[in-house]
Structures are given as C-alpha cells and as structure tokens.
Design a binder for this molecule. Structure first.
Ligand code: FES
Ligand code: FE2
Length: 431
C-alpha cells in the first residue's frame, strides 16, 4: 500500500463524501439501530472461560437488546442463553452477574429451572388449571453459539446466518490463533457519554495517534516523513472490517511505549525484524516453556496478512460493536455496548498468557498500566465530541482516506437501518 493508491478506490460503493452527523446524535436513529441491527445480529458477550464448569452462569443486561440474558453451562457442558424472565409472573430468575448453581430458583413463588432452561419445579403445582404443562413453560431461549471461545448471542430466534457463517468471510483466517492459551485476563469498563459509533471510531483509525497519543505510543508505531501514522492496509467486508498497523523498526528495546503495541514480533516464526526483546524474553520466561512456546507459534493467515516486515498488530472489528486486536503475544477484546444514543458502556479486556516468573509478571503489570493510560487518552475526547456534535453546529463530518473504517461503519449501519425502516414502512402501507 502506498500513499498514492487510495484505500477508498477499492471500495467505490462506500462513496467519498462527507458523513452525516445525525446518526450519532438522533434518539430515533438509535431506536432504529436497536430494532433493525442489534436485535438481528450476533453480539459478543464473553468468553467460555467465564463459565468454567457445569452450573456456571453469567447475567448480562444489554441495553441494545432491551433484555437481561442468562448464559449458563448445562450438565452436558453446553452453553445456553435465556431471557432472565420467569415464566410464571415474570420476575427475574438470576440475580448476580456471575455464579454457579444447580438450578435457577425464582424468588417470587419458587419456580425452579434446570440449567438448560427447562422448568423442573413448581410449588403447589396442583393448584394450576387443567392444561398446565411444565414442558411448555421453560425459560425463553436466546440463540447462542461460540466462535474461538467467544460466546455470541442473537436475539433473532432464527438467525439469518449461523455464527460460523457470520465470522468466516473475514475471520476464518484466525483459525489457529491461540486464544485459549491467553488466560490471564485484565479489564476495565466505564460508561462514556458518547454514541457507540463515535466511541468505536476512535479505535479504528490511526490518524489520531500522532496527536492524541503523541506522548505515549506514537513513537512505537511506523510514521512517515511527516510524522503521520498510516495503516499498512485495510479490508472492508460486507459488515466486518480489519486494519493492519506497522511498528516503528527503530523502536528502542525496552522502550515502554513498545509494550502496548505488542512489539514482540522477533520471537515469532515467520517474523519481521522488529522486536522488543525484553518483552519477548519475559513472555517466554513467563510461559515457562510449557504452556506456550512462542518460537513454535506460527501466525494464522489472517494475522499480518500483508506480510509487512514491520507488522505490529491488526485491528479486527467484528460487526457491530466488538473490537478484537490480535497480537503475537496477547489479544485485546473491547466492546462498545450502546446504552442510548449518547451513552456507551466501554468494556475493555486484555488477555495474556499466564506469567510464571518475576520478569514475566513485571512485564505484564507494565503492559497493563501503560495500556490503561493509552485508553484514557482515547476516551478523553469522546464526551467532548458528543457534546459538540449535539450542538448542531455541523451536520457533516469530513473523512480522509485512512479513516475508511469510520466510513465503512457509518455506511454499513445506515444500510441496515434504512432497509429495516423501509421494510417497516412497506408493512405499514400493506395494512
Ligand atoms: S414470578 Fe417466578 S415463580 Fe412467580
Ligand atoms: Fe487511540
């Protein structure tokens, strides 16, 4: 990719004009997104490690779905999802964010549900009317499936496509990435007063890095003569997108800024020439050579797909709100969960291998605080942006070639929302 070949040229269907601001500030647009987009697609809600054994469950209240969902591992080890609504008089049946149980017991009148959602116990069952059939009164199921250890749900009882078919076109090439080996998880979450698309946009372009992260990570990434950070390349799928980022080959070993960029490439086979050897050594030591031997790791084809010599990491945006950045030695899984047209729950999780040595632990702690500070830099602009957008001073935003992912998101969301609204209008006209 050179600066002369524009990313936009490859995707003429996305256009090149300005983007309208209204989808970021309009409550009615948000209602349409909920109905036609979030309630119709696969949404990432957590990892299988969060449900380690039979009877493990978690409860997720998801504003974009107007629902509280229970996700539980049943006796056969299967993961199922249900609405957190009792079939009797609609009380909740699970009350803690995480837990382990043999049954879900409603606290109102004591109905009990098995881990697979079936109704197993009704106090004073005889007092119900004829035709009362426990078999028909299980919890309402929600479509649920797992991809690479990530649990997804879909509010559509009959999803338009399977989770595998949803992920395959853009992310099938991640097969073989050792997600399951990165079991040391750290996370942060916060509610940001900004539209979810504004929030995600700040994580899917590199234009801001030289300025917003000018004093933190900018120097660890590849810059051109003008000090700008252009991505190596970007891919836009039907709904998903991916961006590949290069590191600065002159990054000094042990440079703290390199840590968050995942610049440990020198330890990975088929690797490029950059590397933060301190980090790589610490990682290898931390893994003790037993759990994960980086020298044996071969990158899946969807990582560094450009084969760039200075590749640092990829940003994968799994439509609509899941950011998954896979690096040689760890991965970041962020969700931008909308709460309203101008509020977003940002959930950031980072997954490392377990560190077994003091050096490994030190490296990991260092990564954590450095990443936290970078995230704070990213979040700092969002509420100001929302406030400014809501003044109505501007009705459009201007997008440069390397902000293609911002455009792709806006266009894809709008395509889906508009199709949904058109279908609604046609249904209304036919009444
Ligand atoms: S509402 Fe749940 S048992 Fe009555
Ligand atoms: Fe950033």
């Amino acid at each position: 990719m050179t600066d002369k070949a524009r990313l936009h040229d490859r995707y003429p269907e996305l256009g090149t004009g300005s983007l309208p601001v209204s989808p970021y500030i309009d409550p009615a647009y948000w209602e349409a997104e909920k109905k036609h987009l979030f309630k119709k697609t696969w949404l990432h809600i957590g990892r299988v490690e969060e449900l380690p054994k039979k009877g493990s469950y978690m409860v997720r209240d998801i504003a974009a779905l107007d629902a509280s969902i229970v996700i539980a591992r049943d006796r056969s080890g299967e993961i199922n999802a249900f609405h957190n609504v009792c079939s009797h008089r609609l009380n909740k049946i699970a009350y803690q964010p995480y837990g382990t149980t043999r049954k879900f017991a409603c606290r109102f009148h004591g109905w009990a549900y098995d881990l697979d959602g079936s109704l197993s116990g009704v106090p004073d069952e005889k007092s119900f009317m004829e035709g009362f059939d426990k078999a028909c009164l299980g919890l309402s199921k929600v479509s649920c499936d797992v991809w690479q250890g990530f649990i997804f749900i879909n509010m559509d009882p009959e999803p338009a496509q399977t989770l595998a078919a949803f992920m395959e076109p853009m992310y099938g090439g991640l097969d073989g990435y050792p997600f399951e080996k990165f079991t040391a998880c750290y996370g942060w979450s916060t509610v940001v007063d900004a539209n979810w698309k504004f929030a995600l946009d700040a994580f899917q372009e590199t234009y801001h890095v030289a300025y917003l992260h000018g004093r933190s990570i900018a120097d660890s990434l590849a810059q051109n003569e003008e000090g700008m950070l252009h991505p190596i390349d970007g891919l836009c799928g039907d709904v998903h997108r991916r961006l590949s980022i290069a590191g600065n080959p002159n990054t000094v070993y042990g440079n703290p800024q390199a840590a968050t960029s995942g610049l440990t490439q020198s330890s990975v086979s088929g690797s490029a020439d950059i590397g933060n050897r301190i980090a790589a050594k610490a990682l290898a030591a931390g893994a003790g050579g037993t759990k994960i031997d980086l020298s044996q790791v071969t990158l899946p084809e969807a990582l560094n797909w450009t084969k760039h010599p200075h590749w640092a990491f990829d940003i994968n945006v799994v439509f609509p709100d899941f950011y998954l950045s896979c690096r040689p030695n760890y991965f970041q899984a962020y969700n931008f969960r909308p709460i309203s047209h101008n509020k977003t729950l940002f959930e950031a999780r980072v997954y490392y291998p377990e560190m077994k040595t003091a050096g490994g632990r030190f490296y990991q702690e260092y990564m954590k605080v450095t990443l936290r500070d970078v995230l704070l830099e990213d979040l700092a602009t969002l509420e100001m942006t929302q406030e400014a957008a809501e003044t109505g001073a501007k009705t459009e935003m201007v997008i440069n070639d390397f902000e293609l992912m911002v455009r792709h998101q806006a266009v894809v969301v709008d395509r889906i929302v508009e199709a949904g609204l058109a279908a609604d209008a046609a249904a209304l006209a036919a009444e």
